[in-house]
Design a protein around this ligand. Sequence first.
Ligand code: F0G
Length: 461
Amino acid sequence: MKFPAEPFRIKVVEPIKTTTAEQRESLIKEAGYNIFLLPADSIYIDLLTDSGTSAMSDNQWAGLMVGDESYAGSKNYYHFESVVKEIFGYKHIIPTHQGRVAENLLFSTILKPEFVVPNNIHFDTTRANIEYHKAKALDCVIDEAMDTDLEHPFKGNIDIDKLRRIIIDQGPEKIPIIMITITNNSGGGQPVSMANIRQVSELARKYNIPLIFDACRFAENCYFIKEREEGYQNKSVKEIAAELFSYGDGCTMSAKKDGLVNIGGFLAVNDDGLARKITNMLILIEGFPTYGGLAGRDLEAISRGLIEVLDENYLRFRINQTRYLGEMLIQSGIPIIKPVGGHAVYINAKKFLPHIPQSEFPGQAIVVELYRRSGIRAVEIGSLMFAYKDAKTGHTVYPELELVRLAIPRRVYTSMHIQYVAEAVHQIYNERDNICGYKIEYEADFLRHFTARLRPINGNN
Ligand code: F0G
């Protein structure tokens, strides 16, 4: 079967409210045409993010009941530590309440102003945590990643020549770590190959620079390696993960993705001195090292989630459910990033709405239209999120890619929901000439997309 059916059956259901077109019209207007300002219970299918939105299994829910809420030495921490060590192979496991805290702890410990951190593409919170310390976050993904139509099996790969040039130009003493984000969220959820990881690792070791993974979607990345990279077809995803992490010195992890939980994360490192410093910071900002900002029951749910995420029946379904949506859209002629990534389908808004310039937010126009027509919430990753005014010239600089992300929560929506989404996108694509652009009425000084208020530019909307 090309697209396998759900490898689970449904034991508990959460009703979703349906709304009328009139209700949505007034809700989106009230929200200033910003989907972040909509009440979530007015949404039929929520594809805002795959983060913290997973459905937990019966086994994970059962795990909550054996939560040991002792302040120190909770048995759930020891279980969590042993599971993480077994999968990731690192020595020190530091729990945090989500991924960005792991980043914050790491960067507050290792960064000085003018330091440089290369990555394939830094996720927003990673970049922000680096820039907060007046250091530079440099992206060195392969050029192919920017060509949305190009089919390439590992578009998340790092360009080794770019990385080498950065190390030589900046000097290795200014580079405290090299990072690789698996899968590369900001570049379309694209995987990184084992061969590329091996090459980055060799270069990092040559210059004595630790290699740290941003491991949020590690299981999805490993599944792609199994599917696409020669020599891995007969290895289990768990074995692939063990090899992959052996090339690095640690990782940051948001368990809200491949941990299959609604909250949680961790930092894992081999270096004893670094672990000690970070643990001291952890006590200051998150909590005691055996809970790190989480309840004992949360740690138990993560341990069980990390085991479940390596189940290849689950991963086959997961990757193919995302692909199913992507392929339906491709068949309708809708421009998306190819090949389809692991956790989301990304629509190319510049091609979808060529009559709307980036200054009028074509990505946001698609997002608004999807909500108003079908109650679906997607998110713009384009000029509303990233355009900025150049301090010297005063001109607005627009991002190269103008995207709309349809992120698929794990184990939450059925294939019928996915078909509904494909049909809804197809419908607005057929009527795209009637869609108009938007103008900002209010924006904050930074991270404006969360709170901005907009207004349609002409009467049709
Ligand atoms: N790294 C990557 C690659 C991410 O995608 C995210 C979160 C984080 C780090 C931060 O983790 O949210 O637990 O603090 N991505 C979410 C998203 C928010 O929608 O893509 P966090």
